[in-house]
Structures are given as C-alpha cells and as structure tokens.
Design a protein around this ligand. Structure first.
Ligand code: 4AD
Ligand code: MG
Length: 462
C-alpha cells in the first residue's frame, strides 16, 4: 500500500523518510504561520501530529477549513518532535482532503461524550478513543482464542446459527421464519410451522454446544466461536440478545480437566490483553477504571478457587450482610452472590461446581448423589459469571431418563441420544461469554460498549 499505518510509524520512527498517512482529523490548532493537525487512522490509540505550514499551497483553501472528523491524506517527512507529547511528527508537504465533516453537525466534537449518547450513534462511535480501543482489543483477543485452541490440537467447527434444538432448554429463543407476519397464510386447522421454510419450528441458536459435541465425538477436541442469541428480557449491564460465545468441547475429558482448560484459557487471554493491548488497557485504566491493572494481575496471580455449590450456599448464608435475592440450597446464585464470593470472600476468580440438577439443563452429567450435576460456573470479580460448562451426560439410560423427566420431546433428541448409543465417551466443555470477557479486560461498566452493534430488548441500532 502506498501509505503507512500510524501505529507502524510511531513504533518504527523512520525519522527523515518521506511517508504518507491517511486518516481522520481529531483536532486542528492554529498557530502563527502553521497549524497542528492531530490525525488518527484507527491503527492505534495515538494520533500522529501533522505540522501544516502556512506556506502550503492548500493552506488557506483546505487546512484552515478542516474540522474534526474530516478524512485526509498527508504526505511529508517524518521528523523528531520538539514538543512534549509525541516523539515524532509529520511535516506536511502535501495535504489532500477526501471528505469534509461539517463542524456544526458532526456529532463527535472535542469534548468527552457519555457512553449512552455514543450508543445513539453506533455508526460513528468507533471513531472515539474508548470505542476504538475496545474494537482493537476485541479483535486481538478473538485471534488469541483461535491461537490458543489451534496450538493445542483443537479443530474449529462452524456450528449452525439456525437450529431445531433448544440447547439450554430455557425457551428463550428467537424464531426464524420466512413467513410474512403481516400477512400470515390461513391456518385451516394445519400448523403454521408446516407452511414455513423448514416445515417445522426453527430458531436462532442459544449455544453451539450440542453440535460441537457431535464433532468432539469424531475429532476429539473441537471448539466453536460464533454468535449466539437469547430472547431474554434482561435489561442488565451484562446481558445482550446477541453475543459471541467461545465453546470448546473435549472427548475423554472430565469436569476437573474441563476447569483446567477454562482457567488456562482465561489466564492466557488476560495475559494477551495486558501485554499486547497495553496502550488500550492504559486508556481504560485512566478513564474507565483505575483498579483495572490490579484486577487483571489478580486473575493471573492465583489459582482460581474451586468450591462446590453447597459450600457456596453455606458461605452466603453465613454472610453478615443482606442480599436482595434469597439464598437457599436449590436456588440459583444471583450476580450479587457471585460477586460477594469473588470480591469479599476469596478476592479472586471462583469456580463453583455441582449445582442442583433441578436448575440446570438436561445435558449435564448427574453426580452419584442423584441431586447435583457435574457442572461449573466461573465467577470473576466485578462481573460475576463469565463461564458456564459441564461434563456431559454420557450414559444413554440416564440421559433418556433426564429428557423424560424434563418433559422434552424425545424425538427431537434421537440424534443426541445416538452419540450415547454408539461409542459414547466421557466428554466435557464450556462456554465463555466473549463480551463478558472483554468487559472484564476493559473495565467497561456496560456490556453494550464492548460489542460493535449491541442488541438488547427494544433496541437494535441498525
Ligand atoms: O452458562 P451458559 O448459558 O452456558 C451455555 O450456553 C453452555 N451451552 C456452554 C457450554 O457448555 N458449551 O452461557 C455461557 C456463557 C455465560 O457464562 C456468560 O458468560 C455468557 O455465556 N452469556 C451471556 N453473555 C452476554 N449476554 C447474555 N445474554 C448471556 N448469556 C450467557
Ligand atoms: Mg450459565
């Protein structure tokens, strides 16, 4: 390409060479005889300072008309910068404007905007420092996920987005239809689904797990990393209707090994964020959350605490503070309980295993006690649950009985039972909520800031 990335120029500092950058103007400051242009091309957080001399042929007609948001090309010599704040600057010899941005109407001016406001301009917000930084961290960690698994012999499986099964059994699924809802065909006793595209109900997947199990029982170790969808009406800072999930699935693996892999993955991703996104983490630490670097280090410093659900309930019952939601054996843990365990009792991530089977999905392996399952949730300080996983029920009879007990339609799960009928093996897996992880490493209070185009009940930008 005939132009350079600002990230590379700032890193390599090829002083004295002629370079060309292309990007968007962040600010312009005029001095006597020249102007400073702060140009950002998205390749890194830092801007490149451009010095535009009043002697430039385009100075009056272009430079002095440039406003924040305009896109431009600048060619010239890279020089050491005499002033504080940057090591190099670009002495412009040539400036071309691609697109103007009217300062009266361009919504992103110099001042700091609230994240709530920025959500209303999802098409422009990646041009801010914070949202641009999140996008770079997301990309880097997404790549790191693939690296982690590929280096350990896992194969990526592209599990379907449109599915006929409800993995979590929670019934919180979006229906996929090709019917015109405003003009439905007449039912005449028949079932509307029969007239639809697939001839039966089809939904957006809530998890790629069941299909990943198919491939784990053929390829050994696999992972899927894709979008998942949940029609839960949760208006919290940790829930999205569309989010990305990392789901490894491993044959010949029990719950303890499953937890080991999850802990190793989470630590690896935190290290990548800390070491390879240092500029971004620095920004988050300055403007979003001062405690962030210490919190990242605290995840790396210790083994995650591993306790059972029964122990967790005891600790919560003994807590000398009130909770909004009740605590009792048999009830699910709420985010306030999860955070109490991590932040006040153990001061590090906590893995809780062996929840009551009555509050967990059909696929989790039932423990010897007949009451609990071989599952695990990994809870992080500040956030609560980031991972949910389990050893899977690999015994045909027990699984068939579970499906029946839960009133699930067995015919829908014959293929899943087949995996237990033919060459069944102990196997396990888990799901990491990718946005929850990005929230953790960025310190962003709201999950809507860590996905480019958040979808939540009642809102979807475009
Ligand atoms: O605990 P969950 O529901 O587990 C599963 O879906 C399993 N099938 C995964 C597996 O074993 N392969 O979801 C896994 C993780 C949660 O721990 C959480 O981090 C995230 O996905 N998650 C959400 N993230 C954002 N918005 C939501 N609405 C989420 N629901 C779950
Ligand atoms: Mg869960």
């Amino acid at each position: 390409m005939p132009y350079q990335r600002i990230a590379d120029l700032i890193r390599e500092k090829p002083i004295g060479s002629t370079v060309e950058v292309r990007g968007w103007l962040r600010t312009r400051r005029d001095a006597k005889g020249f102007s400073f242009l702060e140009v950002n091309d998205g390749s890194c957080l830092a801007n490149l300072q451009v010095v535009a001399d009043a002697g430039l042929p385009s100075y009056q007609s272009k430079v002095l008309r440039l406003g924040t948001g305009a896109s431009l090309r600048v060619a010239g010599e890279l020089a050491p910068s005499p002033a504080k704040g940057q090591e190099v600057e670009l002495q412009a010899a040539e400036i071309e404007v691609y697109g103007w941005a009217d300062p009266d109407t361009y919504p992103l001016q110099k001042k700091r905007h609230s994240f709530e406001f920025l959500r209303t301009i999802a098409h422009l917000r990646p041009r801010t420092n914070a949202l641009g930084a999140v996008a770079r961290v997301r990309s880097r960690l997404s790549f790191a996920v693939h690296q982690f698994f590929q280096e350990r012999g896992f194969f990526q499986v592209h599990t379907p987005i449109i599915t006929m099964s409800d993995c979590e059994g929670a019934g919180e699924m979006f229906t996929v239809t090709a019917l015109d809802l405003a003009n439905l065909p007449r039912q005449e006793g028949g079932n509307l689904f029969e007239q639809d595209f697939f001839g039966r109900p089809a939904r957006l997947t809530v998890s790629g797990q069941l299909e990943a199990e198919v491939y784990a029982l053929a390829l050994g170790r696999v992972y899927t990393f894709g979008p998942t969808f949940r029609a839960e009406r949760s208006h919290t800072s940790r829930h999205l209707a569309e989010f990305w999930m990392i789901e490894p699935e491993m044959a010949f693996c029990d719950l303890q090994e499953d937890i080991d892999v999850a802990e190793e993955l989470l630590k690896h991703l935190v290290i990548v964020a800390r070491d390879q996104c240092a500029e971004e983490i620095g920004l988050f630490a300055r403007f979003i959350d001062k405690e962030l670097p210490a919190r990242l280090d605290s995840v790396l410093a210790h083994d995650f605490e591993r306790i059972t659900y029964t122990e967790a309930v005891k600790l919560l019952e003994q807590a000398e503070r009130p909770f909004e939601f009740p605590v009792a054996w048999g009830l699910d843990l709420q985010s306030e309980h999860e955070r109490y365990l991590c932040e006040e009792i153990f001061r590090k991530p906590v893995v809780v295993t062996g929840y009551p089977k009555a509050i967990k999905p059909f696929y989790m392996r039932v423990n010897e006690d007949g009451e609990t399952v071989a599952n695990m949730d990994i809870l992080f300080p500040h956030l609560g649950e980031v991972v949910g996983g389990s050893q899977r029920e690999d015994r045909y009879g027990t699984l068939a009985a579970r499906l029946e007990e839960l009133g699930l339609n067995r015919a829908d799960y014959e293929w899943y039972l087949d995996l237990r009928r033919f060459g069944s093996v102990p196997h396990a897996g888990f799901g990491v909520g990718f946005e929850r992880l990005i929230q953790f490493v960025s310190g962003m209070p709201n999950i809507r800031e860590v996905i480019p185009f958040p979808r939540t009940p009642g809102t979807a930008a475009f």
